[in-house]
Design a protein around this ligand. Structure first.
Ligand SMILES: [Zn+2]
Length: 190
């Protein structure tokens, strides 16, 4: 829009220069009018003046048109600038909100890390090794419950022998299909 405004200004300037030189030429012709000696010459000079005046009127109209267009372009440019400012404000606000949310999440992560640390301290080393190997291979939770003999991870039926072993809760068992750690439900509905 600014480039268009600049081009319009250059056009206005060129037209003003042209208008000025036409005006000068017209002045010269009008001075000639005082020196004519015959009627024929007089009519010819008058005709020349008419043509010059018409040219000037035409150029003045063009100039007015350019000025109107320039005003319109300037209005459009201001509107666009307003829109850009408004959008920038919204983006800035959203940026602040994201920063705040991120800060909160970081705090939560710190709290959870501390909780995890406290939990890990009390864990059996072998158990922890299995857990960490599994978390490295799987996204999300790697510990699932056994529900009615069905793995809570892959929903496949586990062999009765394994179910009885898990029920004893004496050692760690993983699902033979999805390899997640299987726990006996904390509270059995029975
Ligand atoms: Zn499974």
């Amino acid at each position: 829009m600014q480039a268009e405004i600049d081009r319009n200004e250059r056009q206005q300037h060129d037209l003003e220069m042209e208008l000025q030189s036409t005006q000068d030429a017209l002045d010269k012709v009008q001075r000639k009018l005082r020196e004519v000696k015959t009627n024929k010459e007089y009519s010819a000079v008058l005709a020349e003046i008419d043509v010059g005046k018409q040219q000037m009127t035409c150029m003045e109209d063009q100039l007015l048109q350019l000025m109107e267009q320039a005003e319109q372009k300037l209005r459009t440019k201001r509107l666009q600038e307003q829109r850009v400012r408004a959008t920038r404000d919204v983006l800035e606000e959203q940026g602040h909100a994201v920063d705040q949310a991120s800060e909160l999440l970081n705090q939560k992560i710190l709290v959870e890390r501390e909780k995890r640390h406290q939990t890990v301290v009390g864990l059996n080393a072998d158990l922890l090794a299995v857990y960490e190997k599994l978390t490295a291979q799987n996204a999300g939770s790697v510990v699932v419950h056994l529900n009615d003999g069905v793995c809570g991870g892959c929903h496949l039926k586990v062999q009765p022998q394994l179910v009885s072993e898990i029920r004893l809760q004496e050692s760690l068992h993983t699902c033979p299909y999805c390899r997640l750690i299987l726990l006996w439900p904390d509270e059995c509905p029975e």
